[in-house]
Design a protein around this ligand. Structure first.
Ligand code: NI
Ligand code: MN
Length: 226
């Protein structure tokens, strides 16, 4: 499985011969100007929740690619009313897709779509297949529910956790989260895009290292093989 970081919480995921994108905000991300959105080829668009910094380019990418949107029921229904196709889920549910199994898991956060429509519950995804198992936490606080992930999902090879603080948990809580989920190989997201979530990369990396954990704070465009 290969992940490519496209800024904020957006990753391109290549696995089992399929391409997925999660939480795309590219055109309005001043840090991601080198990413050419028209060259993005995907089969699926995964959305953790309805906030603008996660769905901004979802419609354009889905239309360009005739791609399926996968999110919670409320968000998928909103896109279906626009004529897009999708697969709605809700918290605690998993479904077998042609790229693997997705489980939509608890995120402690809010969710509203760009036009003010309620965006349902906010969540994250655990993606598992014969290549790897990866947790995309979405926007979330540290929550005890994370302890359920190792009890209900295959062992994690990698976890993508928000570390920018203010709108989500910060890096100190992400370290505790990595214990809760039983995964010590962490990729940070949701940092540096806006002034309130700017982080000191050295401080964050050292804090993880001091706990014998690894965190990658990816550059936009950086590829990570799982
Ligand atoms: Ni959010
Ligand atoms: Mn966000």
């Amino acid at each position: 499985m290969k992940l490519t970081f496209l800024g904020q919480s957006c990753f391109l995921i290549e696995t089992m011969g399929k391409k997925l994108i999660i939480d795309p905000m590219i055109l309005s991300n001043p840090l991601a100007t080198k990413i050419k959105i028209d060259e993005i080829k995907v089969d699926y668009v995964l959305l953790t929740h309805g906030h603008y910094d996660h769905v901004a380019d979802a419609e354009m990418i889905a239309l360009n690619n005739n791609a399926f949107i996968i999110s919670n029921f409320e968000i998928v229904s909103w896109y279906e009313q626009k004529g897009l196709k999708g697969h709605g889920m809700n918290l605690g549910g998993k479904f077998q897709f042609d790229f693997g199994t997705l489980k939509y898991v608890v995120g402690v956060h809010s969710s509203v779509l760009p036009d003010g429509t309620h965006g349902g519950a906010s969540g994250g995804f655990v993606l598992s297949n014969s290549e790897a198992c990866v947790y995309f936490a979405g926007d979330t606080a540290l929550t005890m529910d994370m302890q359920l992930i190792p009890k209900t999902c295959p062992g994690l090879d990698l976890a993508v956790l928000p570390v920018g603080d203010n709108f989500t948990m910060g890096y100190e809580d992400a370290i505790i989260a990595s214990d809760f989920i039983g995964c010590h190989r962490i990729v940070g997201c949701h940092f540096d895009t806006f002034p309130p979530i700017k982080i000191d990369h050295e401080v964050v990396s050292k804090a993880f290292k001091d706990q014998n954990k690894t965190i990658i704070l990816p550059q936009i465009g950086q590829e990570i093989t799982v």
